[in-house]
Design a protein around this ligand. Structure first.
Ligand code: ZN
Length: 314
């Protein structure tokens, strides 16, 4: 069987304030801004990408910061927690760091034999740091957080579902995931060989409230595929199983298809190539506003409208 899906590619969420978003994910969590571009469907809003040094698939968290956007509502049919991987020895460093920035956290808790911390960004977006000793990814050294403590990339995401069966069937029958662990009301799936970034946790929703999207909500989760060919193969598979994927869309840094999983969460399959160095060198990633070719004629106007960002605010 061809490997069509490797794990998480990126997670995209909504935010209410551009600078606070940068301050949190670059300033506090120490991720690198790997791309500063616009929402291709709403060019007066940024699309900010954070990740490791090169924006490797599996490390990329992206945001659309809509100024003043109302908070979303937490509930079922939602990706509730985005978990990053940190080294086992980094747990106390991060507890100190969150205190230093006045960010309340809960934990450490234990789940699937891993200790994790849970907190929210300023919009209420759920973030976790999972300590583990298996993740060999180097993490980004931004000069502020010692590299031995830095975030490695994603560990897992949690999908909160009213009915887990249909989502499980999509993950296992179509998307090549395997059930690898189970706790009360919580199921862990992995893609491929496993490891941090390849997991999806599906939780049976304890609330009967349906989630509403807004600031602090995840908009979609993207899964990584190796090439345009494997993307088309998984697209065919989705079609034949009755799902309704979009056509392939050019997102400049990857090619994408989108579809809704049965619980209502938007899924995407994104190609690993071409990556973020396609329009600026790795050393300069995220330093200037990048526009797709078709928006270049509007650059002056867009630069005028978009809020100024201080990248090193903290
Ligand atoms: Zn996406």
């Amino acid at each position: 069987m061809n490997t069509l899906i490797n794990g998480i590619h990126h997670v995209t969420a909504l935010a209410s304030d551009t600078q606070r978003n940068v301050d949190f994910y670059v300033g506090v969590l120490g991720l690198r801004m790997v791309k500063k571009t616009i929402n291709f469907d709403a060019p007066d809003v940024y699309h900010l990408y954070y990740g490791d040094e090169t924006g490797s698939p599996g490390s990329i968290l992206t945001f659309f910061p809509y100024a003043g956007l109302q908070r979303g509502r937490k509930g079922g049919g939602q990706l509730t927690y985005t978990a990053f991987s940190i080294p086992t020895g980094a747990l106390s460093y991060w507890m100190d760091r969150l205190v230093q920035f006045d960010i309340p956290y809960a934990g450490p808790y234990k789940r699937f034999n891993e200790n994790y911390l849970r907190f929210e960004d300023y919009d209420g977006m759920g973030v976790e740091l999972v300590a583990n000793s298996e993740d060999q990814r180097p993490g980004w050294n931004n000069g502020k957080i010692p590299q031995e403590h830095s975030i490695r990339g994603f560990h897992t995401v949690t999908l909160n579902e009213f009915r887990v069966e249909d989502t499980v069937s999509l993950l296992t029958d179509v998307m090549q995931h395997t059930l690898v662990a189970e706790e009360t009301g919580l199921y862990r799936f992995q893609a491929g060989a496993g490891g941090s970034g390849s997991y999806v946790d599906v939780r049976f929703s304890s609330s009967d409230v349906r989630a509403l999207q807004g600031a602090g909500s995840v908009h979609h989760v993207a899964f990584s595929t190796d090439s345009d060919d494997t993307q088309l193969e998984i697209r065919e598979k989705l079609l034949s199983e009755g799902y309704n994927p979009t056509h392939v869309l050019d997102r400049n840094y990857f090619h994408s298809i989108y579809y809704r999983e049965p619980g209502g969460i938007l899924f995407e399959i994104a190609t690993n190539p071409p990556g973020f160095a396609v329009d600026e060198p790795v050393a300069e990633l995220g330093t200037t506003l990048k526009l797709p070719e078709w928006y270049e004629p509007r650059r002056a106007q867009l630069e005028e409208q978009l809020p100024k960002i201080v990248a090193e605010a903290r």
